[in-house]
Design a protein around this ligand. Structure first.
Ligand code: PEP
Ligand code: MN
Length: 337
């Protein structure tokens, strides 16, 4: 935080601000300028309330310079975090390819898609057992039976499992079956769930809320790290805008922005980000080009019959094409599959 004094501020005004800063257990660094004095504030663990200083005599403005997030920032850790999801590194030189259906619908379909995406080159399997649906009448997922099916997919394909946890009560059981807990867009600011997931000793994939700023995404990640869980992967999945040619607007600029200020890896989900099958491949190319640490792709062998998110699901052949193109593009940006 930087406190800028008015040009007309008296020396005792500056002293009062310095005393107030020190009184809070923080350090004040007065920086006299040609026109006015600015006072740098350091030593704060969280963000400092600007109102404490704003009303002191002689204060012109208070500029927050220290970001509110601490543990997720590159200031806290310079090198990019590599998250180990069941033996698969996410955030290193190799791109992570998380693929599978939106929802686990049956053992047969989950296994068929699991084998298909593994053959094509996916290194992680996704599939929802607990589904956050807009309508209470839509398919809600197979719940615990779905988790057992996911464990079977891992046993048969060797692919580690990423699956969503919706409820604080289910964190343990999901953590028992999965290799990575997904916290979805709708729950990005479910702080009770974040705290509980932060205490689970499993990696967490945290998706950006559909109306969340990057700062809010990073602060939600901060909840996980503050509980001691440093195994956190972020995911850009689009935000809601006035545009209606896609389901969401995929904010690819979030990727280099997040990578500059945070050490956490970030994936891109062009499936939810566009909601349209034909847009998944071009936006996947763009995501790799922009420097994403991997992709999250919904794949279904019969999208027309899917119980959720059929219009954005690509078929296994299209996923194989996506992998081929990703493999060709990755070296351009210093990555590999
Ligand atoms: C999903 O991954 O299937 C999902 C529900 O995603 P989001 O939370 O991004 O909508
Ligand atoms: Mn989905």
């Amino acid at each position: 935080m930087l406190i800028v004094m008015d040009a007309a501020a008296a020396p005792e005004d500056v002293r009062r601000v310095v005393d107030t800063v020190n009184g809070l257990g923080l350090q004040a660094h007065p920086i006299p300028g040609a026109q006015r004095t600015a006072i740098g504030v350091t030593g704060n663990k969280g963000s400092v309330e600007p109102g404490v200083f704003e009303n002191l005599p002689g204060v012109l403005e208070v500029i927050p310079v220290s970001a509110p997030y601490k543990l997720v920032s590159r200031e806290a850790k310079r090198e990019t975090t590599v998250v180990n999801v069941g033996g698969v590194p996410v955030g290193g030189q190799k791109l992570a390819l998380v693929a599978g259906p939106c929802a686990v619908e049956s053992e047969e379909m989950a296994l068929a898609i699991g084998h298909a995406v593994r053959r094509a080159g996916a290194n992680l399997f996704r599939g929802g057992a607990f589904k956050p649906r807009t309508s209470p009448y839509s398919f809600q997922g197979l719940g615990r039976d779905g988790l057992k099916i996911l464990a079977k997919v891992r046993a048969e394909t060797g692919l580690p499992i990423v699956t969503e946890v919706l409820d604080t009560e289910d964190v343990e059981v999901v953590a028992e079956h999965a290799d990575c807990l997904q916290i979805g867009a709708r729950n990005m600011q479910n702080f009770a769930l974040l705290k509980k997931a932060g205490r689970a000793m499993k990696p967490v994939l945290l998706k950006r809320g559909m109306a969340a700023t990057i700062e809010e995404l990073l602060l939600s990640a901060e909840y996980l790290l503050a509980e001691g869980n440093y195994q956190v992967i972020l995911c850009e999945r689009g935000v809601r805008t006035f545009a209606d040619h896609t389901r969401n607007t995929l904010d690819l600029s979030a990727v280099p922005y997040v990578q500059r200020i945070s050490h956490l890896p970030i994936l891109v989900d062009p499936s939810h980000g566009t909601g349209k099958r034909q847009k998944v491949l071009p936006l996947s190319r763009a995501a790799v080009a922009v420097g994403a640490d991997g992709l999250l792709i919904e794949v279904h062998d019969h999208p027309e019959a899917a119980l959720s998110d059929g219009p954005q699901a690509i078929v296994p052949e299209m996923f194989a094409q996506l992998v081929r193109e990703t493999r060709a593009l990755a070296p351009v940006v210093g990555r590999a599959l």
